[in-house]
Design a protein. Structure first.
Length: 713
C-alpha cells in the first residue's frame, strides 16, 4: 500500500524533473545559439568588408585606362606602332597593379591591345562581343562579371569601363583578375565560403573550391530560436554540425557565407541539462529522505505492534502444533518443550528441562553420525539435519520410530537450536503392509507386462504385414497389366520401325531419336516393376542380398527424373558431385527409391511456399578409410517440419499434405529400406528454414556379404 501511495509522487517528481531539465537545456541552447549568431554576423560583415576592399584595389584600373590618350587614339585610328605602344603601357600597368591581364576592345569586341602581347598572340583572334562585361561597357556602365571556375581554369573576375570619343562609344578598357589573387586579401582566420549559382568560388579551406555548395555544406535543418529568428544548420563532410550565415551581394550576385561550429552550443546545452538534472535529483533525494524518515517512524510503531502479535501467535502455534518442538541451548540442553513433544515422550516440562537431547534418543538407534553431529552443537562444525528417521525413547523406556530434524535459529543473541519430532509409527505400519502388497503386485505386473508386450509386438507386425500385403498385391495387380501392355506396344513399335527402315535404302541409324525414346520408355517400365518389388520387400521384410552400389551414379539417375520439375518449379540445385569413387552396401533399386522419395518430398514442400527463391541442397560426404558409414544430406528451403510431427514422420500413412496429394508411405518406405541396409535416417530443420534429411548408409566392404548372409539366416 505504501508503495502504491508513493508511486504517483515519484512519477510526478520524475515528470517535473524531465520537463525542467528539457526547458533548461532548451533555454541554454537558444541563448548560446543567439550569441553565436550575433558573433557570426560580425564576422560576416568583416569578411564582406575585406572582400570589398580586395576588389576595390582593382576597380580604378578600367577607368584609369579609359582616360589614356594613346588608348583613345588607338581605337580611333589603329596602327601597328600605336598597338605596340599601348600594349607596352598595359604591360607596365598590369605589373604595377598586380592584376592578371589588361586589354583594350574596339566597338566590335576585338582586342586591339593586350598586356600579355609578347606571349599570347592568338588572344587578338578572340571575339569579346557577346561577353557580359563588354555589353555592360557598351551601355555606358561599369562592367562587373565573374567567370565560374571549371576544369580548364580557376575562374576570373572581369572589370570594364567604356572609352568615349566626344560622347560616342569607341571601345572598352577591360581588367581580368584571377580569383586566386583575392585569396590572400581575405581573412585567413575565418571559415568562409564565396559561391555563385551553388558552386564554391573561394573558401578558407582550399579543398572546398570548385565543389558544389550542397556537397561542402550538406543541408540538415532549419532551427527556430527564442528571438523568433531562424538559423540554418548544416553538416560538413567530416560530420560536424555548423551554423551557416550568408549574404547575397546584389551587384555581383555572389553569396558570402560564414561558418561557425555549434559544438560549443551543444556542450553548453548538455552542461545546462546535466546541472538541471543534478539539481532535480538532489531536490528529489531530499524529499525522499524526509519522506523516508517519516515512514521509518511509522514503521517502528507498526513493527512493534506486529512483533507483539507475532509472539502471541507463535506461542499459540507452538502450543497447538501437531509436531513435537524442542528448543536447545548451545550446550545441547533442553530449554523448552511443547505439549505435543511432552505427549510423545511421556514427560513433563519440569522433568526434562536441562536434560541433554541425546537422552531422548535410543542408544541402539544405529545413527552414529547423528550423535556426532549433536556433539558439535555450539561449534562451527554443526550441520542441520532434516527429516532423519531414528528411534525415540519414552519415559517408560518404550521405543517408537520418529522423524528427527534440528537447525540453528537465525538472528538470535545466543545460539538456540530448534528440534522437530514427528511420530511415524502409523506410517511405518502402513509402509510394511504396502511393501508386501507392492512386492506381490510387481511380480504380477512384470509377468503381465511381458505377455502384453509380446502380444502387442506380434499384433503390430501382423497388422502391418496384412495392410502392406493387401496394398502391394493391389498395386502389383493394377500395374502389371499396363506394364505388360506397354512392353507389348514397345515391341510392336520396334517391329514397325524395323519394317519402315527395311523398306528404305538408308541404313538404320543407332542414334535414331524414336529408338532412343523407346529405350527410355522400356527402362521406365523396368523401373516401375522394380518399385512394385520394393513394396513386397517392405511388406515381408525379405531384403535381397547386398551388393556394391555407387551412390553418386544412382543419385545422378534420380536427378534426371526431376530435371523437368526443377525447371518448372524454379528450383535451383546445389550439388557438388564427389570426384572420389566409393560404394555402399545395398542394391540400385532400393537406393534409388530412397533418393526419389526424399527429393520428391523436398520438391513438394518447396512448392507449398510461394514467392520465394527455392534451392535444393544435396551433399554426399566421401568416407575416410576408417569410417564405416557414408552420409547423404538432402535439404530444402520449404516450410520445415513442425515440432509435433517429428515423432510421426516415419510412420506408415502419416502425411502433412492435403487429401489426395499423398498416402504417407514415402518416408515409411525410406525408413524401412535404410533399416534393411543397416543404416540410419534422421530428420531435422536446416538453417535455411526448410527440412533436412540425413541418411547414413553402410560403406561396402567384402565382409558385408558375409554379415548379410548371417543376418538373413
Amino acid at each position: 500500500m505504501k508503495s502504491q501511495r508513493l508511486l504517483p509522487i515519484v512519477l510526478l517528481v520524475i515528470a517535473c524533473s524531465a520537463l525542467l531539465t528539457w526547458q533548461a537545456g532548451r533555454y541554454a541552447h537558444d541563448w548560446s545559439m543567439i550569441q553565436l549568431k550575433s558573433e557570426g554576423e560580425d564576422r560576416l560583415l568583416q569578411v564582406i568588408s575585406q572582400f570589398r576592399s580586395a576588389l576595390g584595389e582593382y576597380q580604378y584600373l578600367p577607368f584609369l585606362i579609359s582616360q589614356n590618350r594613346e588608348v583613345k587614339s588607338l581605337l580611333l585610328s589603329p596602327a601597328p606602332d600605336k598597338i605596340a605602344e599601348v600594349s607596352r603601357y598595359l604591360e607596365q600597368t598590369n605589373l604595377v597593379a598586380g592584376s592578371t591581364a589588361l586589354f583594350i576592345l574596339d566597338t566590335r569586341g576585338r582586342a586591339q591591345a593586350f598586356s600579355h602581347w609578347r606571349e599570347q598572340q592568338d588572344f587578338y583572334l578572340i571575339s569579346h562581343a557577346e561577353t557580359p562585361y563588354f555589353e555592360q561597357a557598351r551601355k555606358g556602365q561599369q562592367g562587373v562579371y565573374a567567370v565560374l571556375p571549371d576544369a580548364a581554369s580557376g575562374g576570373a573576375f572581369y572589370l570594364s569601363a567604356p572609352v568615349y570619343n566626344h560622347s560616342r562609344f569607341a571601345g572598352a578598357a577591360t581588367v581580368r583578375i584571377d580569383l586566386q589573387l583575392l585569396q590572400p586579401e581575405l581573412p585567413q582566420n575565418e571559415n568562409f565560403i564565396i559561391s555563385q549559382h551553388g558552386k564554391v568560388l573561394l573558401a578558407s579551406d582550399e579543398r572546398w573550391a570548385l565543389n558544389p555548395l550542397d556537397e561542402v555544406l550538406q543541408p540538415l535543418q532549419q532551427e527556430s530560436l527564442g528571438d523568433d529568428t531562424v538559423v540554418d544548420i548544416r553538416m560538413l563532410e567530416d560530420g560536424r554540425k555548423v551554423l551557416v550565415q550568408s549574404v547575397l551581394l546584389d551587384d555581383l550576385r555572389w553569396e558570402i557565407s560564414v561558418i561557425s561550429s555549434i559544438e560549443g552550443v551543444q556542450r553548453i546545452g548538455r552542461t545546462a541539462r546535466l546541472y538541471s538534472l543534478g539539481g532535480c535529483i538532489a531536490f528529489s533525494l531530499l524529499l525522499l529522505l524526509l519522506r523516508e524518515r517519516q515512514l521509518k517512524n511509522i514503521s517502528r510503531l507498526e513493527t512493534r505492534e506486529v512483533l507483539e502479535r507475532n509472539e502471541a501467535n507463535q506461542r499459540n502455534i507452538i502450543n497447538t502444533a501437531h509436531v513435537g518442538l524442542i528448543s536447545l541451548n548451545g550446550a545441547g540442553e533442553i530449554q523448552f518443550i511443547n505439549p505435543m513433544a511432552m505427549k510423545l515422550f511421556g514427560v513433563s516440562m519440569p522433568r526434562v528441562l536441562g536434560l541433554s537431547i541425546e537422552q531422548l534418543i535410543a542408544a541402539d538407534a544405529g545413527h552414529g553420525p547423528l550423535r556426532k553431529n549433536l556433539a558439535r552443537i555450539g561449534s562451527s562444525g554443526f550441520a542441520p539435519i532434516t527429516a532423519l528417521e531414528t528411534v525415540g525413547v519414552r519415559s517408560d523406556q518404550t521405543a517408537f520410530p520418529m522423524l528427527f530434524s534440528i537447525k540453528q535459529m537465525e538472528q538470535q543473541p545466543e545460539a538456540i537450536y530448534l528440534v522437530t519430532v514427528i511420530d511415524i509409527t502409523p506410517r511405518k505400519r502402513l509402509e510394511r503392509a504396502l511393501q508386501q502388497a507392492n512386492d506381490q503386485l510387481e511380480e504380477k505386473v512384470l509377468d503381465r507386462t511381458q505377455a502384453l508386450k509380446e502380444a502387442q509386438d506380434e499384433l503390430v507386425q501382423a497388422e502391418k504385414m496384412a495392410a502392406l500385403g493387401r496394398m502391394s498385391s493391389a498395386v502389383v495387380h493394377e500395374l502389371n497389366q499396363p506394364l505388360t501392355a506397354m512392353r507389348t506396344y514397345i515391341s510392336i513399335c520396334r517391329h514397325l520401325l524395323a519394317q519402315r527402315n527395311a523398306g528404305q535404302e538408308s541404313v538404320v541409324n543407332d542414334n535414331d531419336p524414336l529408338d532412343q525414346n523407346l529405350d527410355l520408355i522400356n527402362s521406365l517400365t523396368d523401373r516401375m516393376a522394380q518399385l512394385t518389388r520394393q513394396l513386397k520387400i517392405f511388406a515381408y521384410k525379405k531384403p535381397e542380398q547386398l551388393t556394391a552400389v555407387d551412390p553418386v551414379s544412382v543419385l545422378d539417375q534420380s536427378l534426371q527424373l526431376f530435371r523437368e520439375r526443377f525447371e518448372n518449379d524454379g528450383i535451383k540445385l546445389d550439388y557438388q558431385r564427389p570426384d572420389q569413387a566409393f560404394s555402399i552396401a545395398g542394391d540400385n533399386a532400393r537406393v534409388e527409391q530412397i533418393f526419389v522419395n526424399l527429393i520428391k518430398n523436398a520438391c513438394d514442400a518447396m512448392a507449398s511456399v510461394a514467392s520465394k527463391e527455392h534451392k535444393l541442397h544435396i551433399s554426399i560426404t566421401a568416407p575416410e578409410e576408417s569410417a564405416a558409414y557414408i552420409r547423404i544430406r538432402i535439404a530444402d528451403t520449404g516450410p520445415g517440419i513442425e515440432n509435433q510431427d517429428f515423432g510421426h514422420l516415419f510412420e506408415p500413412f502419416f502425411t502433412t499434405k492435403s487429401m489426395g496429394d499423398g498416402l504417407g508411405l514415402g518416408l515409411s518406405i525410406v525408413k524401412s529400406i535404410v533399416t534393411d541396409l543397416q543404416g540410419e535416417v534422421r530428420a531435422s530443420n536446416s538453417q535455411t528454414g526448410g527440412a533436412c534429411f540425413e541418411v547414413r548408409l553402410l560403406k561396402y566392404q567384402h565382409d558385408d556379404l558375409t554379415v548379410q548372409a548371417e543376418q538373413s539366416a
